[in-house]
Write a protein that binds this ligand. Structure first.
Ligand SMILES: N[C@@H](CCC(=O)NCCCC(=O)O)C(=O)O
Length: 257
C-alpha cells in the first residue's frame, strides 16, 4: 500500500451557509500523481483532529496554502488590521503538528501559508504585508484573472549553492509563481533560508538538525505539479520520505500489495 499523506483543510462556507473543511483539488492530485501517495484531507479543527491520532494515521503531512493568516499572537505580535483574517482552528492544529513532526522526523511539506506555519512553529515572526517593506515587490496574486494568470511564473528563486533545494532541483535558480501577502520577517533559530526571491524575500526553508524531511516553499508547487520541473522533484522527494517513514514504522508491511 502507498503511504498516506494528510492534507490539512481550510474552512469554507458552501453557498455562504454550510461549513466545510476543504482544500484545492490540485493538492490531492500532486500527492497522488507525483508523490505517489494516497491523499486524505483532514479537518483543521483541534477538537476533531487530535495531534496524537494524526501522527498515528498519516505517514506525512502536506500543509497547504490558505487565505487566512497565522494569528500574530502565535509569534508574539499584537493583532492589527494589516493582519487580515485568521483561521484559529488551523493555527491550533498546524503549529503543534509541525513541532511534533520535526521532533519525530515525520515528513512535512509546507506550501505558502504552510510555509509560514512551519516558520512560526519554529520560532519565526511574519511581516503582515511584505510589499510595504522598502525594496520589496508585490508577491500577491492578481486579484482578477484566470487560474493560469494567477499561478503564472512571476519571479526567480535563487537557492544556496550546494544546499538541499539546489541539489533537489539540480538548479541554483528557478522560476516560481507567487500568491502571498505575508512573509518571514525574523527567522527562528533553526530555520535555514535556502532560497530567496530577487527582492530578498525568503522563499524556501528547511529545519536545521531535523531528523526527517521538513521543507517548505512560499510559492505554490501544487499547480501543474506533474509537468513543472520545480514542483516534480519536490513532491517526489516528499513522497519518498513518506514511503521511508511508512516502511520504517511498519517493517512487516514492506512488501507492496
Ligand atoms: N495568507 C497568507 C498565505 C497565502 C496563501 O497561502 N495563498 C494561497 C491562497 C490559496 C487559497 O485561496 O486557498 C499570505 O497572504 O501570505
Amino acid at each position: 500500500m502507498r503511504p498516506i499523506v494528510g492534507i490539512i483543510s481550510n474552512s469554507y462556507l458552501i453557498n455562504d451557509q454550510y461549513p466545510a473543511h476543504a482544500n484545492g483539488a490540485m493538492n490531492a492530485e500532486a500527492i497522488n500523481r507525483v508523490a505517489d501517495a494516497m491523499p486524505l484531507v483532514f479537518p483543521a479543527c483541534p477538537e476533531t483532529s487530535r495531534i496524537d491520532e494524526l501522527l498515528e494515521v498519516f505517514d506525512g503531512f502536506l500543509l497547504t496554502g490558505g487565505r487566512p493568516n497565522v494569528h500574530p499572537e502565535e509569534y508574539g505580535a499584537a493583532e492589527t488590521e494589516a493582519h487580515g483574517t485568521f483561521d484559529r482552528g488551523r493555527d491550533a492544529v498546524a503549529l503543534p503538528l509541525i513541532r511534533a513532526c520535526v521532533e519525530r522526523g515525520q515528513p512535512v511539506l509546507g506550501i505558502c501559508r504552510g510555509f509560514q506555519e512551519v516558520a512560526v512553529a519554529m520560532g519565526s515572526t511574519l511581516h503582515p504585508e511584505i510589499r510595504d517593506l522598502p525594496g520589496r515587490m508585490n508577491h500577491r496574486m492578481p486579484p482578477d484573472g484566470t487560474l493560469e494568470e494567477k499561478f503564472a511564473l512571476r519571479h526567480e528563486v535563487r537557492f544556496t549553492p550546494g544546499g538541499p533545494f539546489d541539489r533537489l532541483m539540480g538548479a541554483q535558480t528557478v522560476m516560481t509563481n507567487t500568491l502571498h501577502g505575508q512573509g518571514i520577517e525574523t527567522p527562528g533559530p533553526r530555520i535555514v533560508i535556502d532560497g530567496r526571491a530577487p527582492d530578498d524575500t525568503p522563499e524556501a526553508i528547511w529545519i536545521k538538525d531535523a531528523p526527517g524531511f521538513c521543507m517548505a516553499v512560499q510559492w505554490h508547487p501544487e499547480y501543474r505539479a506533474a509537468e513543472d520541473p520545480v514542483s516534480r522533484p519536490l513532491f517526489k522527494a516528499f513522497g519518498q520520505a513518506c514511503r521511508d517513514w511508512r516502511a520504517a514504522r511498519n517493517p512487516g508491511l514492506r512488501v507492496a500489495v
